[in-house]
Design a protein around this ligand. Structure first.
Ligand code: BES
Ligand code: MN
Ligand code: ZN
Length: 500
């Protein structure tokens, strides 16, 4: 079964200045806010009073409150040309209508409309930022992973976003950006959701090649022989327990007048069984997601190229399958990394730092201005911050850039320290460093291990172990399964660098 089929199914989204009340569609999406005098329909700039008044009168009886996350479908009534109206909550009227609130409201509504062909969005879209937020939320919410389903409702096919700014330059640019983000996040989710039976290092490398075809991004694949010749002992060690050999994939976007050079490094464990330090069955259930970092890096580089950002970006995908086959590495094996560092492998389940160490060393050789890595690295990240807030560690400047970018794009990255005193716990009696240290502060210990491989390059490490995969039910624009968390933040960091 090929993986590519699902990746190109993209919901179509256009802007229009036409009155949404008079646009024929299967559904019209309208925002409702909670207010002191009860819920209120927003959309003065779009919707005629004769459409709004009867809806507003119905809200209390329908139990509609306008709280964030609430989605209610009702017959559209006489004032609207659409068949049904979808009322989506944006929270209390008193609170500012943030881009993230709009993204989530659009996403939740569109997600609930799977199986519908034509949808009109009559949400607040009075400036370019609002147009971008509504478009992005809608495109992210329209996602469905149905690659292996023999029958499943298709996501919304066509979206029309009503805005007086349909012909405005900034609004059009916001739409282009939303489409690039939508395509990137959705393709990232597809890779994360793909079965590890189909997605393994070699096929992942082929996916990267196929995705970059016809773009300005070049893909170079190092196979197991190249890795041996290059001294990539970490990636080879992790991959040697699998019948499917590892890969290191370099994904390069080099525009002519680049303002800076960023290296992005992604953990790409296509399945993490733990290796000989085998995980319990429950702990393995979602370990197909352990390549989320690499998928995010691939599609961030492609999105940067699609938007023509004046920043050179080199992505490194460290791909291996961590299996306990007869050739697997043993606890107490010593491996030599790309940069010559020797590592005692105390726990084969701490494999992410081994593949990343090699890839960080390779990235550093090109002397980029900064390195950012992203990985589903530690269970400790989930213990510390839960399943929706990711962590960022590293040098102060880059870490701050990540936090700022995350805040601007609506992702949650929380700054974490790299306390020097924890470094001692990684000491090995036989090698330069061990791959496991103190259990307490395990996320920070993993960060300190990675730090060994970046030298004095400005660097940030993003641990998305929890947020990369939504185990509970869908919310806002976030589906069950792969989320694509991190792509918008990484792209935001690159965009900020482009503006400096
Ligand atoms: N891929 C896991 C981390 C993980 C755990 C991601 C749960 C998402 C959800 C990683 O390779 C791992 O197994 N880490 C170990 C490290 C330990 C052995 C030092 C962990 O966190 O338990
Ligand atoms: Mn592991
Ligand atoms: Zn792992």
């Amino acid at each position: 079964m090929s993986l590519r089929a699902s990746i190109d199914v993209v919901t179509d989204l256009t802007l229009t200045t036409k009155n949404p009340a008079r646009t024929r569609a299967d559904a019209i999406v309208i925002a409702v806010a909670g207010g002191p005098d009860g819920p209120r329909v927003l959309g003065g700039e779009h919707l005629p009073p004769k459409a709004v008044a009867p809806l507003t009168a119905l809200l209390p009886a329908l139990g509609v409150t306008g709280k964030a996350g609430e989605v209610v479908r009702v017959p559209a009534g006489d004032g609207l040309a659409a068949t049904v109206a979808v009322l989506t909550g944006v929270g209390p009227e008193s609170a500012a209508l943030s881009p993230e609130t709009l993204r989530r409201a659009a996403g939740a509504a569109v997600r609930s409309l799977a199986g519908t062909a034509d949808v009109v969005l009559a949400l607040p879209a009075a400036d370019a930022a609002q147009v971008g937020a509504v478009a992005e939320g809608a495109l992210l919410g329209a996602y469905r992973f149905d690659h292996y389903k023999t029958s499943d409702p298709a996501p919304v096919a066509r979206l029309v976003l009503a805005t007086p700014l349909a012909r405005d330059k900034d609004a059009k640019a916001a739409l282009v950006r939303a489409q690039a983000i939508g395509a990137g996040v959705r393709a990232t989710r597809d890779l994360v959701n793909a079965s590890p039976k189909h997605l393994y290092p070699e096929s992942f490398a082929e996916e990267a090649r196929a995705a970059a075809r016809g773009t300005k991004v070049t893909v170079t694949v190092l196979d197991e022989n190249d890795l041996a010749a290059g001294g990539y002992g970490g990636i080879l060690g992790v991959g040697q327990g699998s019948a499917r050999p590892p890969r290191l994939v370099k994904v390069a976007y080099s525009p002519a007048r680049a303002k800076a050079h960023y290296a992005l490094v992604g953990k790409g464990i296509t399945f993490d069984s733990g290796g000989l330090s085998l995980k319990p069955a429950k702990g393995m259930e979602n370990m197909k997601d352990d390549m989320a970092g690499a998928a995010t890096v691939l599609h961030t580089v492609l999105a940067a190229a699609a938007l023509g950002l004046p920043v050179r970006v080199t992505g490194w995908l460290a791909l291996a399958e961590n299996m306990p086959g007869g050739g697997a590495q043993r606890p107490s094996d010593v491996v030599t990394m790309r940069d010559g560092t020797t590592v005692e492998v105390l726990n084969t389940d701490a494999e992410g730092r081994l593949v990343l160490g090699d890839a960080l060393a390779a990235a550093r050789e090109e002397a980029p201005d900064a390195i950012l890595d992203i990985a589903t690295l530690t269970g400790a990240q989930v213990v510390a911050l839960g399943s929706r807030v990711a962590a960022v560690m590293g040098t102060d400047d880059v870490r701050a850039d990540v936090v700022a970018a995350a805040g601007a794009v609506g992702e949650q990255f929380w700054p974490m320290p790299l306390p020097e005193e924890l470094r001692d716990s990684l000491k090995s009696p036989v090698a330069d460093i061990a791959n496991m240290g103190d259990r307490f502060g395990g996320m920070l210990v993993a960060g300190l291990f990675l730090k060994e491989f970046v030298g004095d390059t400005p660097w940030a490490h993003l641990d998305v172990a929890g947020p990369a995969y939504n185990e509970s039910s869908a919310y806002g624009y976030t589906p069950k399964g792969g989320t694509g968390m991190g792509l918008r933040t990484l792209l935001g960091v690159l965009e900020a660098a482009a503006q400096r």
